[in-house]
Design a protein around this ligand. Sequence first.
Ligand code: NAD
Ligand code: IPM
Ligand code: MN
Length: 350
Amino acid sequence: TKSIDIAVIPGDGIGPEVITEAVKVLKAVAAVEQLDLAFTEYELGAKHWLETQETLSEETLAKLREHEVILFGAVGADPSDTRIPSGIIERELLLKLRFSMDHFVNLRPAKSYDGVPTPLANPGKIDFVVVREGTEGPYAGNGGVLRAGTPHEIATEVSLNTRHGVERVVRDAFRRASLRERKHLTLVHKHNVLVNAGHLWRRTVEEVAPEFPEVTRDYMHVDAATIYMTTDPGRFDVIVTDNLFGDILTDLAGAVTGGIGLAASGNINMDRTAPSMFEPVHGSAPDIAGKGLADPTAAILSAALLLEHVGQHDAAARVEQAVEADIAARLGSEARSTSQIGDAIAARVA
Ligand code: NAD
Ligand code: IPM
Ligand code: MN
């Protein structure tokens, strides 16, 4: 038996609801595939902040680093809760984990499933993956405020793009494209306006390309990419893009493939110098929290990405197949609660 040491951060809102189901499915697959899974839960997020005024201490960060992988739910306060400054949990917990653990590949697959209603009249077959840069861009937190509170207040957010950071994610995206059937890579940026960063990305793609002669490539400005993602999403194979464009495009990708409740992601440190972290693309969804309405499928598929990352390909495939079968069975049947969906997928896995 292979053992996997998993840190679990359920978080806020629907985070704990969907993570309960993902853990349920992981336990089911562990029994069949003879895996020995250890789960250590960390209570972090808005509730923890209200109790302790702490987002993520150095001690907790050090403990998290000791695990092989992290399973993350979602964080973020209910916007109507004025006691918690906006963004503090997101920046000081979630982004701190991604940055300090060097999760430079934010992997976000987008796939359509037969029978899942989508807002597109003619979605066709969608199967692409967004390789979103995870440690730089406008998320780096550069910038600041001058003349705060005056009529002349100046607020800046400076996007950080390093050659090292761009090159490693671009190379990873090329490699992923080279392993896929269509072997196509699309760089999404906006180098017609963001000339400095845009040209660094463009040049880097050109310079890495000769390492992957089998991969074809094209370029799209991000605004046009939103058009194609809604009118012809089947054209995409692998997309590589910066942190902010990737954030926006992957919510759109979730929506066009039939719902953010199905969209999984991995924050991956490809050098394996720290644990990688797997989480649904969605947030804490305060509008539906506590009602059993959240779809746990995204969290369950994120657990499958986790299994894939630790080399458990059979276990990962088993979870994916169970999810696909469950999704197919949803056609025309009654809506189910969060735990009913988790139970059904766990039963199929077993
Ligand atoms: P959100 O993703 O939480 O919700 C957007 C919409 O999608 C809502 O209508 C919600 O009900 C729906 N939705 C989300 N997940 C769903 C699921 N599993 N099943 C069914 N419906 C689902 O985005 P938001 O409302 O912009 O953000 C809410 C909070 O979450 C904010 O505090 C935000 O900062 C935070 N957030 C956290 C993460 C994360 O932890 N990775 C990601 C996004 C947003
Ligand atoms: C996501 C979220 C986060 C992001 C926020 C909550 C920091 O939207 O995981 O997509 O912007 O990366
Ligand atoms: Mn997002």
